[in-house]
Design a protein around this ligand. Structure first.
Ligand SMILES: Cc1cc2nc3c(=O)[nH]c(=O)nc-3n(C[C@H](O)[C@H](O)[C@H](O)COP(=O)(O)O)c2cc1C
Length: 359
């Protein structure tokens, strides 16, 4: 069900990337508020194959690929995104207070590279605005597992970051199936410093303690950058494992610039999409090698096909996410990847993704 997107894409691409995204979200929101349309969307885009089901951190996923953080920052479109075939949705990044982010334009298409560069800086309506929607999702029953991605406010000093993450965890935990602790976005000054040095272990230790008090069954994930050296990544993993964190989301966008062909290649911000794929997979592979089966890994970065999904799974991911692929390939992408994975399973006679990965 991808046939209409090639016609729509040139129109959307005439608009500023952020405006096009806002229109897309509005349209999805309108559809999701009309039950008959939501059912139609589900009929058109859903994909079901029991061999793609999996259990990760005690949660049941009907499909491996979900929506990465940033797509639905304010948690307005979870049912619509689930209807498009997402196996899970991660909303956010939510910050304690509403904030407007950096000056526009701040999202750039790199069409020849199937990539984006963004320097949004966590524009969002703040956690309080999202809570009623999160509560409504809980009351109605979440259509798919819901991750809530939390981040420190732009004006919060690094020394006070723990207070932001603690407040956020305490506010959102009743509404989440997992929490993503975002310490890796490149567009909030200093944020990435929380990934190392003396900052990380106390931060994760304190959040783990809060979890044990308030929500002991809720898995915590740490979202990491693709730009850490192997030694920095090992240091991060030591802290993650010592704090008994359930998993890692690998990776956020990169501030490096692999060879790119698009005119926007030198825009400042985090690069996502196909040129990120190799670096994200290298991080996934490293984490899996170093942590064995002690960590769940959600792989994200440039996944735009069943082959790319399989590669990230082979690198060691348990689940996958995407964002940029949707911009270039449209809403049929999740179905295309899931049906492509099912075909690969059939060809190789595998009964589960784990068997396919092992094959
Ligand atoms: C426009 C845009 C906004 C994003 N916002 C967030 C965010 O708020 N929080 C976050 O953790 N990651 C954010 N990301 C990163 C994505 O979640 C993902 O890690 C990254 O884009 C790599 O996946 P992709 O190549 O499939 O896009 C954003 C990415 C894009 C393109």
């Amino acid at each position: 069900m991808t046939s209409f997107y090639p016609a729509l894409r040139p129109l959307l691409f005439q608009l500023d990337a952020e405006t096009a995204h806002a229109i897309t979200l509005q349209a999805l929101r309108a559809v999701q508020h009309t039950p008959a349309l939501l059912r139609l969307l589900t009929r058109l885009f859903a994909f079901e194959d029991a061999r793609l089901h999996s259990e990760v951190c005690g949660l049941h996923f009907r499909n491996p690929v979900g929506i990465a953080a940033g797509y639905d920052k304010n948690a307005v479109c979870v049912p619509g995104l689930a209807a498009l075939g997402a196996g899970h949705v991660e909303v956010g990044t939510l910050t304690p207070l509403a904030q407007s982010g950096n000056a526009r334009p701040r999202v750039f298409r790199l069409a020849q590279d199937a990539a984006l560069i963004n320097r949004l800086g966590f524009p969002n309506a703040g956690v309080a605005a999202a809570l009623p929607r999160l509560a409504a999702l809980r009351a109605r029953g979440r259509p798919v597992p819901l991750g809530i991605n939390i981040g420190k406010g732009r004006n919060t000093s690094l020394d006070n970051a723990l207070a932001d993450y603690s407040t956020l965890l305490q506010q959102v935990h009743p509404f989440a199936d997992y929490i993503a602790i975002n310490i890796s976005s490149p567009n909030t000054p200093g944020l990435r410093e929380l990934q190392g040095g003396s900052a990380l272990a106390p931060l994760l230790g304190a959040l783990q303690q809060l979890r044990q008090q308030h929500c002991p069954r809720l898995p915590l994930f740490v979202k990491v950058a693709p730009d850490l050296s192997p030694a920095q990544l090992d240091e991060l993993l030591d802290a993650v494992l010592a704090a008994d964190i359930a998993g890692v989301i690998a990776t956020n966008t990169t501030t490096t610039r692999p060879a790119l062909r698009s005119p926007n290649a030198s825009a400042e911000g985090g690069l996502s999409g196909v040129p990120l794929q190799a670096a994200a997979n290298a991080v996934i592979r490293h984490i899996r090698k170093q942590s064995g089966n002690k960590l769940a890994i959600i792989g994200v970065g440039g996944i735009d096909s069943a082959a790319a999904a399989l590669e990230a799974l082979r690198a060691g991911a348990n689940l996958l996410q995407l964002y940029t692929g949707l911009v270039y390939q449209g809403p049929g992408l999740l179905q295309a990847i899931h049906s492509g994975l099912a075909q690969l399973l059939a060809q190789r006679g595998a009964r589960s993704l784990a068997e396919l990965v092992a094959a």
